[in-house]
Ligand binder design. Sequence first.
Ligand SMILES: NC(=O)c1ccc[n+]([C@@H]2O[C@H](COP(=O)([O-])OP(=O)(O)OC[C@H]3O[C@@H](n4cnc5c(N)ncnc54)[C@H](OP(=O)(O)O)[C@@H]3O)[C@@H](O)[C@H]2O)c1
Length: 212
Amino acid sequence: MENILVIGANGKTGRIVSKILRDSNKYTTYAMIRNEVQQNYFENQGIKTRIGDLEKDFSDAFKGMDKVIFAAGSGGSTGDEKTIAVDQKGAIRAIELAKAHKLQKFVMLSSMGTDDPSQMKGLELYLRAKKAADDFLRESQMPYTIVQPGALTDDKGADKVEIAQKLNKSGKISREDVAYALVLSLNLETAKNKSFELLTGNQDLEKALKTF
Ligand SMILES: NC(=O)c1ccc[n+]([C@@H]2O[C@H](COP(=O)([O-])OP(=O)(O)OC[C@H]3O[C@@H](n4cnc5c(N)ncnc54)[C@H](OP(=O)(O)O)[C@@H]3O)[C@@H](O)[C@H]2O)c1
């Protein structure tokens, strides 16, 4: 069994990721949460927790872990300061800690548009922060996968996607499909050291990830 630290586990995507991992027979899930009151939600479902806040010292959360999925984010209702603190500095610190603890894989939930933030009016600062973390990961020599989805929805997963390094269009995808892509990326050789954009499409998710 591999020990997987899910950062941002209490978020909409993070909760789905944590359940997929729990239901697999390959992984032990450790949900990183920043507030003890969130502990019951996970422990009631048989999911272990680690307390850690990306804006503080969260190094203890990495002890004994094999791989990490980063699904945290400051969200749209906080200011620029939080975006830099969480999406950029927090993510970069998580990569440094993963490397220091000799983890085997870092799977990053990023976003479409990070390649050229100037093209997305109103989202430039957020996308520049995400890009800084993505670039840091690419250069970290840590095995990685960077998943760059379009707009996230709460729809049920379609299990059908469109995937490419660059899709050259905008669109949507459900958090459930993104969560499956993040989990599959933990071990797929075809996803190793790759970044890819992801939208709802016509190809089976797992097949698409194995062949793109
Ligand atoms: N929304 C979109 O359309 C879209 C599109 C493409 C990519 N993305 C990316 O996908 C990510 C996940 O989306 P989502 O909707 O699932 O996010 P979400 O529901 O807002 O969840 C974000 C999680 O990050 C956690 N977090 C925030 N600050 C933290 C800190 N200082 N320390 C530890 N954890 C912290 C939150 O913790 P609490 O639960 O304690 O608040 C929450 O659990 C986004 O952050 C974004 O980067 C989003």
